[in-house]
Design a protein around this ligand. Sequence first.
Ligand code: SF4
Length: 214
Amino acid sequence: MYQVKEAFYTLQGEGAQAGRASVFCRFSGCNLWSGRERDRATARCTFCDTDFVGTDGQGGGRFATPAALAEHISALWPSDAGTAVPYVVFTGGEPLLQLDPALIATLHSVGFEVAVETNGTLTPPAGIDWLCVSPKGKNPLVIDQGDELKLVYPQTEAPPEAFAQLDFRHFFLQPMDLSPLDANDDTVARTTAYCLANPQWRLSLQTHKIAGFD
Ligand code: SF4
């Protein structure tokens, strides 16, 4: 049984695939926080900005089989998308708690590329087409290679230097908490300065928050 908080069609807002039409499938649950505010201070990840509890979001629900969830995702992709390759981004919560080879294979069979955005603390199934790892604090990574390493910055316990030697194609720094915009917040400027001084890293902004889409 797959538990999905929400699923919707949008543009990817962040990182190397920013601007790409995507079905976002947000799985319920995370291994680093319960999602309850009363647990935040003691959680293994404390700066989450996402509601991943339950299955009551837009397009959310419980899906008994890979075919049922793949059908739900396929129905969200436009029927007249021309030559665009259907693209689904599994996120969460932590998607690797639920994503499995059967679901990936089913989505491949109906033409989807499968992307994942993970905190990197769980072993991924084979077959993922785009693997994005976003380290959280001092939680040890079990994934040390992939397509994109996207680090929310700054994190005292997760400096960019700790990840720069890993085997990723793209390295992004993303300023923490861009919304709401705060004139006194210099996080964007500090992130920009780090990228200028360390050009291995590229700046990732949350364009969905800037442009006002989900
Ligand atoms: S790992 Fe991701 S989903 Fe889990 S609590 Fe942290 S930011 Fe939220």
